[in-house]
Design a protein around this ligand. Sequence first.
Ligand SMILES: [Ca+2]
Length: 466
Amino acid sequence: MTYKPQCQTWARAEIESSDGARPNIVFIFIDDLGYGDIGAFGSTANKTPHLDRMAAEGLALRQFYVSNTNCTPSRAALMTGTYAHRIGMDGDVLFPGERRGLHPDETTLAEVMQAAGYATGVFGKWHLGDQPQHLPLEHGFDEYFGIPYSNDMWPGNLRGHRHTKEPYTPLPVIRDDRVVAYVADGADQALLCEVVTDAAIEFIEERKDEPFFLYLPHPYVHRPRYARPEIADRANGDVNRAVVEEVDDSVGRVLDALRALDLAERTLVIFTSDNGGATGMSMGPLRGGKGGPKYEGHMRVPTISWWPGTIPAGGATDEIVTAVDILPSLAALVGASLPPLPIDGKNALEVLLGKPNARSPHELLFYEEEAVRRGDWKLVLGASGGFELYDLEADVGETTDLAAARPELVEELRTLLEEHASEIAANQRLAGDSQTARPLIAEPGDLPRLRDRMGVDDFEPVPERR
Ligand SMILES: [Ca+2]
């Protein structure tokens, strides 16, 4: 990998759509999907024709990394272009009624887009704080529909709250800033992919005449997994496969909606996952999965960018792009200002758009504060409890630890990692803190079940086999 300095913001004329309009942006963020779970990234188990077509018409980013190995910090980094640790959003995920949330002084990608005149909508799982001051409408989104945190934080989780062991309060479904329904059971869980897709498409249709930023963070394929019978049947009863294929359906519906409205050539769509695959998912050739030491499978995620007429069809790149680069890259795309507080991401727009000879803006890649990559060399605080050294060019599966053979390189990379951790520790900012925090709903009360709100009849969902 050759290092080149970050490119400057592009002149507006270079990034306009062919008809001169500013491009729309759609960012699809799957929960816990692994590197090897879609056909375009080598899956033979899952049928993902829409994602395969998206890759055939767009660009596969084979070395795209999220910044963290679980939901809350990964989303915080994506939304702010800043390492989660720097802004108090690292560590464990947020739980219902928690005081912590994204600080109001942080600038989100949605606020960047809003300031540039974009309509903004988020449909799906937020997970950056469930208190009123932490919800999406307080962070730059005009519209929101979805669940405020993970779908396993509900009374159906009989183990209770991970820390307090208390039973969970009902899982709310929120429209804008109001709770409008709740996820009552497995049947409601089985509708979560479709319901957020419906809301996203409605947003596209309503906002088709203005530039829009659509963020679609799917609650799927996070456990628990349930499927409607017809979708489970299509996947031979394999619910892990069924939920991936339903995500593929969702992508197909979104791209079809853009085509039908004649917006395909003026819309950049990016598809990726928030962290490595959870149990039942595949990392392909990579080691690891959700959580745990920072092996490639924990943080390298299947990523596709698509913009017919602008991104050349059928390409692939091995240039490194990270989730914190999305904010500055999209700000450059639309000619927006960067946040006033320092961010960590760099402009990787040329790589995202598949420009010939585009280069990664990263000389070093940090995997939280536990691993660092320079070129193809990677030092990781591994499962052994000590530092392990891998040559990713020869050994992408991180099977052969070369630390003992290259002590001087280990020391050099370790120093870089320590400097990185020290710099963040010296420049930390606070998370938001709600002193009146409590769960959004204590009981369902008069709220409808999700399927009642959607007008769907009762059905028997198919659960994941344990
Ligand atoms: Ca996740």
